[in-house]
Design a protein around this ligand. Structure first.
Ligand SMILES: Nc1ncnc2c1ncn2[C@@H]1O[C@H](COP(=O)(O)OP(=O)(O)OP(=O)(O)O)[C@@H](O)[C@H]1O
Ligand SMILES: [Mg+2]
Length: 510
């Protein structure tokens, strides 16, 4: 039975320079429940959880755990009190084994030569108790993202977590991995673990949570029981208005051929037997959106990097507007009208220590009007950045704060705004709505459709099948580096799913 008075937040307030991130938030978490936190980008979800875990301190307000005032919150104390947090960006060391990662920093009661075996037994006991299967001897760099997440969860459980906080755990997972995670969370929950789960995906929230709280602009808007609400009601609570789920699409007026990928292959340089990309050929014409669907890590990222000049293929050619650009640099491609929205915003899309304004002109800073007579035009840049912030609804205290201070979704809006405000002929987008809230997703989709109507050529790579189906004129399915099938909006989800899993193959001609 769920039990009230397990964890209470009372009037939590937290400000950052120029921003009230949390405004007198009251929240009750019941023991034994799965509690979802929903809210737009920048609503304060991560901040509230970071306060509980002790990474930040509230300006005012109290936290009660088991009816007692919970003070001195820091991560060490959190762990002692049975609170574990799984961050969005995992903190495992790639060239250590799973076992080594799990025992890192643990005090051992055994002498060093017996340590590993002792921990192996202890960890396997915990893994068995919670029904988690792991291979402790693999290197972390060899295992999938879904598996790494399991390891993080096991690590928290091994340290005695009774409450698990997961901040957007599914945004890095494939649909299948997400389902596995939910099954695992459900099992943990049945064995008594309380779970706080942050997500933007309403179907996930509806699937696994018992209670749901919605934050908006730092305020707690409402807490509802899952059985007493609907996805429509939740999205309205989050955004403050109705959100359009689907829209009509005119058939594209396919113009001239803009991109032609011809027999692209890329061999893995660690293992030359293995192809990361294999004989991929396709064309995209003007005013068309071609979507590439596929489970993550099936060569999409490598393909995107080849198209954008960040990597050279082992064989094959890329043609852009009838020119062979296989050996062109990214800057040359940008000058030909390429825009690129990468999936890895923290490393490829933004310079985290630069200000919002600097990030809005990252690849164009040397061009007019931003640079004139070799000097940066501060006023022009500031106006550009301010307009972009306004148009794309980037929630930030100002354009001069470092972009790392923005919430994940707002960082993505900076990239989207920057790339959409270029004079783009060809747009290569990868996971454009990763981490965005429903309102922002709707906006980005609308912008993509608007660009398509203007004749921009768009290649959309996304692991979100719904997104690919909704936006693409044609869908190509990628599996283990190959294009294994072609589909469109009318192809059933099940059929595309089978192609994504590699169990159905067609011959596809460009
Ligand atoms: N370290 C920080 N310095 C300055 N401002 C911050 C910092 N961390 C968060 N903020 C601000 O606090 C607000 C709440 O951010 P938070 O990360 O909690 O949002 P979120 O609800 O998790 O959003 P998202 O869904 O985009 O992850 C945002 O306006 C953000 O810019
Ligand atoms: Mg967040």
């Amino acid at each position: 039975m769920p039990e009230a008075n397990y964890l209470s937040f009372k009037s939590i307030r937290k400000t950052f320079p120029g921003i009230v991130a949390l405004d007198n938030v009251d929240l009750e978490i019941y023991r034994g429940q799965i509690h979802a936190l929903l809210g737009e980008n920048g609503a304060g979800k991560s901040t509230l959880m970071n306060i509980l875990y002790g990474l930040y301190h509230q300006d005012s307000g109290d936290i009660y755990l088991d009816g007692k005032l919970y003070e001195h919150n820091n991560p060490k104390n959190a762990i002692l009190h049975g609170i574990g947090m799984i961050h969005q960006h995992f903190m495992l060391i790639p060239n250590f084994t799973v076992l080594e990662n799990l025992i890192l920093g643990q005090a051992s009661p055994k002498p060093p030569n017996l340590e590993k075996e002792y921990f192996r037994k202890e960890i396997l006991k915990v893994a068995e108790k919670f029904g988690i299967t792991v291979d402790l001897d693999l290197l972390v760099e060899e295992i999938s993202v879904g598996m790494q997440q399991k390891i993080e969860i096991l690590k928290a459980l091994y340290k005695g977590a009774k409450l698990l906080i997961l901040d957007e755990p599914t945004s890095v997972l494939t649909p299948q991995e997400s389902q596995e995670l939910f099954k695992m969370l459900d099992d943990l929950n049945k064995k008594g673990t309380t779970i706080i789960f942050i997500s933007h995906k309403l179907n996930e929230v509806m699937q696994i949570s018992d209670r749901i709280s919605v934050l908006r602009d730092g305020k707690l808007i409402s807490t509802v029981n899952k059985t007493e609400t609907t996805p429509q009601e939740l999205s309205k609570l989050m955004v403050g208005r109705d959100v359009v789920a689907d829209y009509k699409k005119e058939p594209s007026n396919c113009g001239k051929e803009v991109l032609f990928a011809e027999n692209i292959s890329l061999v893995d340089h660690h293992n030359r037997e293995r192809h990361l990309v294999k004989n991929v050929s396709f064309k995209v014409c003007q005013g068309e959106i071609v979507g590439i669907a596929g489970v993550d890590e099936n060569g999409q990222k490598e393909l995107a990097e080849i198209i954008c000049g960040l990597r050279k293929p082992t064989s094959g050619h890329i043609h852009l507007l009838d020119k062979d650009v296989t050996n062109s640099t990214t800057r040359q491609l940008i000058e030909m009208g390429l825009s690129y929205i990468p999936s890895d915003r923290r490393h490829q899309g933004l310079v985290m220590d630069f200000s919002v304004a600097e990030n809005t002109i990252l690849e164009t800073h040397y061009q007019k009007p931003f640079t004139k007579w070799f000097s940066l035009q501060k006023n022009v840049i500031n106006k550009f950045a301010n307009d972009l912030v306004k148009e794309y609804d980037v929630r930030t205290p100002g354009i001069n704060v470092p972009v790392k201070n923005l919430s994940g979704g707002n960082q993505q809006k900076v990239i989207i705004g920057r790339e959409f405000s270029k004079n783009t002929q060809f747009l290569m987008v990868m996971q454009p709505t990763w981490g965005l809230d429903v309102g922002a997703i709707e906006y980005v989709h609308h912008k993509l459709m608007e660009a398509r109507a203007k004749g921009v050529t768009i290649l959309l790579i996304s692991t979100d099948l719904e997104e690919v189906r909704k936006l693409s004129d044609r869908i190509l399915v990628m599996y283990e580096g190959e294009i294994v099938g072609q589909a469109d909006y009318y192809t059933s989800v099940e059929e595309i799913g089978l192609m994504m899993a590699g169990s159905k193959k067609q011959n596809v001609h460009p």
